[in-house]
Design a protein around this ligand. Sequence first.
Ligand SMILES: Cc1ncc(COP(=O)(O)O)c(C=O)c1O
Length: 374
Amino acid sequence: MQVYLDNAATTPMDVQVIEKMTEVMHDCFGNASAIHGQGRKAKAVVEMARKEIATLLNCASSELIFTGSGTEADNMALRCAVNDLNVTHIITSEIEHKAVLDTAKELQAKGLARITFIKLDALGRADLEDLENIAKQNPGSLISLMHANNEIGTLNDITAISKIARDNDCYFHTDTVQTIGHYPIDLKDWDVDFVACSAHKFHGPKGVGFLYKNKALRIRPIVTGGGQEGAMRAGTENVTGIAGLAKALEVASRNIEVKIDTVQRIKAYFKEQLLSEVKGVCFNGDTSNEGGLYTVLNVSLPPSDNASTLLFQLDMNGICASGGSACNSGAVGDSHVLNGILHPTDRSALRFSFSKFTTKEEVDYAISKLKELI
Ligand SMILES: Cc1ncc(COP(=O)(O)O)c(C=O)c1O
């Protein structure tokens, strides 16, 4: 049996997305910047996709810049804030995705910005009092805090963080790579400056995402060499990928409450079965429906002889899981997120992540194998 429980790393593509992309590949091969008929056809696909996404997220089409990944969108937010908005101080957390952390660290190493890491609680949630104090002392900073952590699933309160940013004249970027397509999101309501999205986390294609940029901001591209994306990101548009992204978001947004409920039940079942079948397990991050991603369960295992090869053994049994963020070595590795929440070093952790395609039978199989292996 093959069981895919690594949906936070990437998701299988939805058949409706594949169909849409296949149609675009056949019929709209033109370069979206070309002025002839085929070019205009491709351009229309890109602009229609932008409009659909803007409608679903309640923002203006002009606020969306298509990118090659969520990583690129995060890079753009931080680098443009420093390059173009006079940001010299970044307020973030130790458990952000590396797309944010490494970018902030590079900007600091170059002497372009200082970093302050805020305090987190034991579940990995931003300490809002600490954030407010730091923001108060540093107006003009960029706050970069993720909506949901990709390893432990803990959710931050974006509206509350946005209010702190606004009250203290700070900019606010949030990495929503694990939440767009998973929750209904209203960007007007959120009132943020930058948002990063990646299509492959919600059954769309890899290699395409976008940066939402609040229209009040004036920034310049970090990828130069052409006037695409309203002169905000040079390079011939990935027309097929962009169409796939819009389709994936449309499919994900349809009956989203039903999908949330279904996946929440699968996760609850997995958790319940683990607790009853595997002695000594506990969980990292917020595993509640209100406070954590319904797609992610980070499992903390008691010390054992085969802990370090568990992922490999699961893989040998047809089960794909992960040791944290995308982990391809088959080993349970060191995690900056688990270090950030002070996970005991003698325990190892596995991340299981679910999607609308995960079945109860798959969960039963995974639990039976885990029971055998631990
Ligand atoms: C929270 C978060 N941010 C950013 C990324 C990077 O997105 P992409 O794979 O599109 O580069 C990921 C992917 O794992 C993620 O989980």
